[in-house]
Design a protein around this ligand. Structure first.
Ligand code: C5P
Length: 329
């Protein structure tokens, strides 16, 4: 069976994609900006369009590049199954809300607090996997999740210099509360939407790419509504592609590919393993940032955290082998 290979391949690609996205976003911030900044709401819309186009291409390839077959499968699976299609409006709406909540969170919290708190989604994901998918986790797996969270918190623990600079620009207690509440709600929505999408994927034989087209269609509608709502005047004035440059296009493309890789990971592995992959990529991007961008000095706390994350990854996989999961496809 090709599935175990696809499982590790998709997880590996996710580590690579998350790491390069973080690095390129960090790099883009160091560039001197000319003219207006690009609109985040427009980037969301463009990423959705890219995802839909790539998925259409993959379905086209699955059907031996026949336009007739593509047309017929889209009609059969999307247009003639409105109830199945509507099911995807739920995760899509939740993801749109989540992306906006994370924006609110980042405007009210420093980046380190935001990232450490957002790691709680690993636990909410595990809880939703247990309650919605009936997944059984052994003692070692629960333990590994706690070790993972502790490790990620240590890796992202602000160093002394960053504490002073970030807390200087600090936020009032009121906005801190708004920020933390937004992240906590996003942790719940991330866990729920991810597991809901996993349930839909694993309960039917439907192609993951068709499912993603359905998800993307709603994402596009919600994204367009968000863009017109929040940035309607700016779009009317200077168009939706204002401020785009090569780096913007690279970021948007990596984000679109990220959505596709996440879908593949949810299909071939699961949401909990996705949490492990993104945790590993936090370590990787921080190390590359040290060696390549030279804007980070690893501390003892960082290394202890990194060791905990790697140990947790092995501990989780160890019991996964000992007691294969019945709900896994
Ligand atoms: O933080 P979290 O892991 O929940 O983020 C998942 C991200 O992946 C969301 O921004 C969501 O829009 C995106 N996604 C996607 N396609 C999927 C599943 C998630 O684009 N099939």
């Amino acid at each position: 069976m090709a599935t175990p290979r696809l499982k590790y391949l998709s997880l590996g690609v996710l580590v690579f994609q998350t790491t390069s996205l973080v690095l390129i976003m960090r790099y883009s911030r160091t560039l001197q900006a000319e003219g207006p900044r690009y609109l985040a709401s427009s980037a969301v819309v463009v990423a959705e369009v890219m995802k839909i186009l790539i998925c259409l291409l993959l379905v086209f390839k699955e059907h031996s590049y026949s336009v007739r077959a593509l047309n017929s499968i889209l009609r059969q699976e999307i247009a003639y199954k409105p109830v199945e299609t509507l099911k995807l409006a739920i995760p899509s709406g939740i993801y749109t809300l989540q992306n906006n909540l994370l924006y609110v969170a980042l405007s009210n919290l420093d980046a380190a607090t935001y990232q450490v708190t957002y790691q709680l989604k690993i636990l909410t994901t595990a809880l939703f996997s247990v309650s919605m998918l009936g997944r059984r986790l052994g003692v070692y797996q629960w333990l590994s999740l706690l070790i993972l969270m502790a490790g990620v918190a240590l890796v992202q623990w602000p160093s002394e210099s960053s504490v002073t600079s970030e807390k200087e620009a600090a936020v009032s207690p009121g906005s801190q509360f708004v920020g933390v509440t937004s992240v906590l709600v996003a942790c719940c929505s991330s866990g729920f939407a991810g597991v809901y999408f996993e349930k839909i994927l694993k309960e039917s034989k439907q192609s993951v790419w068709i499912r993603n087209i359905q998800l993307g269609m709603f994402g596009l509608v919600f994204g367009l509504a968000g863009m017109l709502c929040f940035d309607g005047d700016k779009v009317m004035e200077s168009g939706m592609f204002q401020g785009y440059n090569e780096v913007t296009w690279t970021v948007v493309t990596l984000q679109a590919l990220g959505g596709l890789v996440i879908a593949a990971v949810i299909k071939y592995a699961d949401n909990i393993l996705k949490g492990f992959a993104t945790s590993l990529s936090i370590i990787l991007s921080t190390l590359i940032s040290y060696f390549w961008l030279q804007d980070f000095e690893p501390t003892g706390v960082f290394f202890s955290g990194a060791i905990l994350v790697i140990a947790a990854t092995f501990l989780y996989g160890y019991e996964g082998k000992a007691a294969p999961n019945p709900s896994r496809a």
